[in-house]
Structure formats: C-alpha cells, structure tokens
Design a protein around this ligand. Structure first.
Ligand code: MN
Length: 713
C-alpha cells in the first residue's frame, strides 16, 4: 500500500517549496471517515484514495488537487459533508471534491455507444475546474487496476464505460499514458482472449524486437550525426489496444500486425526536423499516404510533428515521428485534444474556438515554473454555449444554452412537442420558459389540449423545434384560411344566386380549381381566405359552367385600389391564426390600435376591422365575425376625428392646434364653425399612433380654458 510519505516525497520532488500540510490533514481526515470500510480486494478503503493521490502526484499536480484526491470519496461514501470539507480544507478543495462526487453519482454505464460523446461533453461541462477531471481519471485508473475483484458482469460494464468515456477523456486532456493504460485494461476485461494472444505474440518476439529497436535507434542516430544533427531517438511498442484496433480494422491476426513499433526522433530545430526526414527517407522507403506534416499545419491543439511510415531494414513497417524538444514537451505534457482526430471525428468550427484556452494554457505552461500558479490558471469553460441534460431513461441530450423544455420535447418527437404543456426538472414542475441547465433530468408533461403558439418561437432555441412550431402554425393558418375561403365563397355563390348547393363539395369547383392551376379545392379556398384570389373570378368561371349569364366583374382600377389599401392599412393588425390576410378598417367606427376590435368577413374583400362596440357589428351575422388582435410592434399611424366644442374666444384654434402638434399628431384636416349661441365647433382629422396617443391628446385638450366638450367621432 502507498504511504502518505510516498506522496509528500513525490510532491517535494517536483515542487520543493510546497506546503504539504493540506495533504497531511486530508490524509488524517480521510483515514478517520473511511475507517472500517473495506475494498473488495480486502484492503482497507483508505488504500484507494491514497493510490489516487499518488497517481495525481505522479502527474505533478498541486497540493489542493492531491488533497482532493485523498478526499474524493468522502462525501459519497461516508458521513462527511461538503460544508465540513469546505471548513477544513477551503473552498477550492471542496469545489473539486464536489465536482468529482457529482460525476460519480451519474449513471453513465450501460449506455449506447452513440451517447458517449455527449456524456464526455457533459462531464467536461460539469467540471468548472480541470482538476475535477484529473481526479476522476486517477480514480478510474485505480479502479480499473483493481477491477479483478468484481464479478465478471460488473467488470465488463465498468470496462465498457471506461473505454467509451474515460479513456477518450484522458486523450482529450492529452494524457496519453493514461489513455493507453486505461485502454489496455479495458481490452484485458472485454476481450481477454485477444489480449492474451497479443501479449504472447509480443513476448515471443521480445528479444528479437528489442534488438531490432536498438539497431534502428542507433542507425537513425548515427546517420543523423553524420549530417551534423544531434538527435535523441526513442523506440517503443505500441500499446496493446492500438495493435488490437489495427487487427480489427485490417482483419489481421496478432502475428500479422507488423508495425507494432514506433520511433520518435527529437531534434533541436524545425530545420533539422525536415533534414532528418530527408535522411530517413533516403535510408528507408516511405509509404506515401502515411506521411503527415503537422509542423507546417499544426493540429488545432498546437500539436506539431512530422509523421512518416517507412519500410525498415528487415522489411518491417515502422512509424517514425520527428519533432523538436519544444514540440515534444507540448505533446507529452498533455491537456491537448487529439482524440477527435484519432477517432476520425471531424472537429466542428466552434470546437476549435473552444480550444483557444488550450493555446493560452500552453503558453502559460512554458513561462511558469510553479505548478500551483499553473493550475490556478486552468479553470475552464469548455462548452460555454451548450447544456447537457438527461432524459428520464438516462440518455444525455445536448442543447444550445438558453434552451427550454420546448426544445427538449421536440427533440423526443414532434407530437410530444406539439402537446407539451410543462416539464418536470429534477422532479419539480417548471414552466415552458425554464432554461435547461447541465445535469438536469427533464421529463415532459403533455396534454392533448396543449398546442403550439407563436410565442413558442421565442422560447425555442433549436432549429428543429422552431421549424416544427412554424410548420404547425402554418398548417393551422392554412386550415383557418380554408374555412374563411369556404365561408366567403359560399356567401358569394348565394349572392350570385347560383344553383350550386354545397358549392365547395361540387365537382364544378374542382374543375375551376384545376383551371386556375390549384392542386386541390382546398388550395383554392385557402387563397380566397388569404385574399390572394378574388371569389368573383371563381364565380365567373362557375357561371360559365352552369351556362348562366355573366354579371359585370370589378374592373382593374378597383382591384388595384384594394391592393393598395391592403398594403397601407392591413399592416399592423394580426388576425388570430391568419397572416397575410386582406384587411381594411371600417369607415363607420375608425378603430384605433389598443382598442377592442373584431373582424368581419366582407365578401371578396377579406376582413374589415370594426370597433367591438360598433353598431354595424351588433347587427351583423355572427358567423362572419372573426377574432383579431393588434400587432403591437407596428409603427403605422391611424386616422382619428375629434369634435371640439368651445366658447368662441380669440386664439382658441391656435391653442388646440399647438396641443395636437406638441403631441406629435399630424393634422390632416380642420374645420371651424361658429354657432348662433357663440360656441365654436372645431372638427379635426389627425393621424395618431394608437388609442393611448389619442387619449393623451383628448385629456390635454380638455384642460384648455373655455373648452366645453371633446368628442371622438
Ligand atoms: Mn473513488
């Protein structure tokens, strides 16, 4: 078992001035709270946090991170609380322990492979501090090395999770030694037969291969030395898992995998990298497709190197990487993001931006000697624009920041979206406005009565949800325009006294629809409802078919007038569920924005807007009334007429005009008459913005001296 002493010694070896008191305190506390707990291996539980802390020390972490490693299981597995940890070890340590605990509580095992990327991102998003992931990885590494004590079923489950999630995470962090070790351990538990065959194969040729490695190293080094290049050459076996991958990809047996050895040549300058490449290619034949120049085209995580594969001295295929010492440090010291290239996943543009922090990090790293200072600079926010949430089944879904339960509902199914009325987040009811947070467990509540509305478009952040909502609204609008078109046409048919019972079901109308190049009668009705096609035109064609004499149709001029009116007046009003409708304002009551209004279907003219209290509307056919509302964002002006009765005094007209002008209303027309009883009656027609605007003017006018009455006409 690792002892505390081994850990503090390790820390002092890379950071001689470190104060290890925190680590010692954490050790004592961890020993106290884990007391009596036993690992499956039969060892005291404390052995686990000690091993984790030791791995972190070997990774040259700071004392806070190592203390957190000693404490990482205390909240989950003992009576210790986060508050206690914070009081005793400070907020930084507590934050890391808390982060590790949160990740451990999540159930990631037994998920589908396609979920792995989302889970990796979720873990990264949940870790406000890079050290949370490092502790978690160290924890996983030790658990993997003691996996043998678990029953086989559990072994496979944990190994699978490690292979899908933690090994790639280690790779993303650039900690390749850990990635390789995790992968090899996973292979051992998931494919024991293959693992053993690879092991045997490597062992069988060990002596031979080691001799070969030595020879190649010497050949390269001396060749380069002849040309005045001082090079350090390393040779190694590739790890088992990468051999296994090659076997699988190329369908080979272990003894058929030849390029199991890789060499690395480290030189002093970029110029020497290319020179070394030339000399190596002169010695051994390169395989053309395998050459990669990451020096002139660095990977986004700043990785630089020349990669080439050559046919070696005894016909063996060898991979050789050539780089400078500086490039080697960047590649080895990690926290880099290779994984997406190695796994053949194409990086997204935004991902590249998110790794900008890495570049900064590496610059820092070169200028800082103190690991404490270094680690303090690596608080991260890898995915500032995304959130990761769970479905009730534990699936992880990715959404843009600001996404709401509506986005979540549509990501499940359009029908779930169309009928969602609320959601439960972590068991609590929330409204559709709730913004999802990473780690939330979301459950959608649906109702057959719920349906999308236009304000959902504001709440939805994903294109999928927005498209579905828009489709639904368009379909709804279409249905309403068909209904409106039907009503208009039926009345028009009755007006024209055509002998056509149930006209919208009649074959003749189908013919007319075809003649006007509509796919269906519904399309034709929808266009009538939208006010895009005149029912008169349809009536005319029906007449021809019925052999009835044609009446006079409205001429070009009157049609044009309708269009102009629609452009000018129709703007600013929204008919519930019906956009782009022929709308005009009634001349009888001049409704203003803000007032309660109602629409009346006018034959062939779409909808006329009346004041709700208008006498004409009171006596109108209720079937032809439609609900309408004002569009508040509108900048249009409306006509209003006022009659102002006053005592006839000098200058009163000027006073009235100045009030109207001061209020920014444009006077269109003014008429003044004097009555026999010395009263002045002024009629003003003006443009106002809305009802509110008009009332402000009326109120001001009423305050004027000698004004008797202000009435709206
Ligand atoms: Mn643990």
């Amino acid at each position: 078992m690792i002892r505390l002493n081994d850990i503090t010694k390790e820390i002092l070896s890379y950071h001689p001035k470190a104060d290890t008191t925190l680590v010692e305190k954490a050790y004592v506390y961890s020993a106290k709270v884990h007391q009596g707990q036993i690992r499956l291996s039969g060892e005291p539980y404390l052995s686990h946090p000690l091993e984790v802390a030791h791995i972190l020390a070997q990774m040259k972490m700071d004392v806070v991170c190592i203390a957190a490693g000693l404490l990482h299981d205390t909240i989950e597995d003992t009576k210790a609380t986060l508050e206690e940890i914070e009081t005793l070890f400070g907020p930084e340590t507590a934050r890391i322990v808390d982060g590790v605990t949160k990740i451990s509580k999540m159930q990631f095992s037994n998920r589908e492979q396609r979920q792995a990327e989302n889970i990796r991102k979720m873990i990264l998003a949940m870790s406000s501090d890079i050290r949370v992931i490092l502790v978690k990885l160290a924890d996983r590494l030790h658990n993997m090395s003691t996996l043998g004590y678990h029953p086989p079923e559990k072994q496979r489950l944990i190994a699978k999770e490690t292979l899908d999630i933690y090994a790639p995470l280690a790779g993303r962090m650039g900690i390749y030694w850990m990635k390789s070790r995790l992968e090899d351990l996973c292979l051992y538990y998931l494919e024991p037969a293959i693992y053993n065959r690879i092991k045997e194969e490597i062992a069988r040729k060990r002596g031979e291969r080691e001799k070969f490695i030595k020879e190649v190293r010497q050949t390269i080094a001396s060749k380069l030395e002849q040309h005045g290049i001082k090079a350090h050459v390393k040779g190694r076996h590739k790890h088992f898992y990468s051999i296994y991958k090659k076997m699988r990809e190329q369908n080979l047996a272990p003894n058929q995998v030849y390029d199991v050895v890789a060499f690395r040549v480290i030189v002093n300058s970029i110029k020497e990298c290319y020179e070394a490449l030339g000399h190596i290619h002169a010695m051994w034949k390169p395989i053309p497709q395998r050459f990669k120049d990451y020096i002139s085209l660095p990977k986004p995580n700043m990785y630089q190197s020349l990669h080439t594969t050559v046919v070696g001295p005894v016909g063996e295929i060898m991979e050789i990487q050539i780089r400078t010492w500086e490039m080697d440090a960047v590649a080895e010291q990690g926290i880099a993001a290779h994984w997406k290239y190695k796994e053949g996943v194409k990086a997204k543009e935004s991902d590249e931006e998110q790794f900008a922090w890495l570049r900064q990090l590496l610059e820092y790293h070169q200028s800082l000697k103190d690991p404490v200072e270094f680690l303090e600079s690596v608080r991260m926010d890898l995915f500032p624009n995304e959130v990761y949430v769970f479905t009730p089944k534990g699936e992880v879904k990715e959404f843009p920041k600001g996404a709401t339960p509506i986005d979540f509902a549509y990501s499940i199914h359009s029908e779930v979206g169309h009928h969602c009325m609320g959601a439960k987040v972590n068991g609590r009811m929330v409204s559709l406005k709730y913004q999802l947070k990473t780690g939330d467990m979301v459950e959608i509540i649906t109702s057959s009565k719920a349906h999308p509305s236009k304000d959902w478009l504001e709440l939805a952040k994903t294109p999928r949800a927005r498209n579905r909502i828009r489709q639904w609204i368009n379909r709804q609008e279409r249905q309403e325009s068909i209904a409106l078109g039907k009503a208009i046409l039926e009345r028009e048919v009755a007006e024209a006294k055509l002998d056509l019972p149930n006209p919208t079901k009649n074959e003749l109308l189908q013919e007319v629809a075809k003649e006007l190049s509509f796919h269906s009668v519904d399309d034709l009705l929808a266009q009538i409802g939208f006010g895009k096609i005149s029912p008169k035109q349809v009536i005319g064609r029906l007449r021809t078919r019925l052999g009835v004499k044609e009446e006079k149709v409205p001429g070009f001029v009157s049609k044009l007038v309708h269009k102009l009116k629609r452009r000018k007046e129709g703007h600013g009003i929204q008919v519930r569920g019906v956009g782009d409708m022929l709308v005009r304002f009634a001349n009888c009551c001049h409704p203003l924005p803000g007032e309660d209004v109602v629409g009346y279907i006018t034959r062939g003219r779409g909808i006329t807007v009346h004041h709700k209290g208008c006498k004409q509307i009171m006596s109108a056919d209720p079937d032809r009334l439609v609900e309408i509302s004002w569009n508040s964002s509108d900048e249009e002006v409306y006509l209003a007429k006022l009659r102002i009765t006053s005592l006839d005094r000098k200058g009163i007209l000027a006073d009235i005009s100045s009030i109207i002008a001061k209020r920014d209303a444009n006077i269109i027309q003014a008429e003044v008459t004097t009555t026999s009883d010395k009263k002045g009656i002024a009629l003003f027609t003006m443009e106002v913005k809305d009802y509110e605007h008009l009332h402000q003017i009326i109120d001001e006018l009423k305050k004027l001296k000698n004004i008797l009455l202000v009435e709206r006409l």
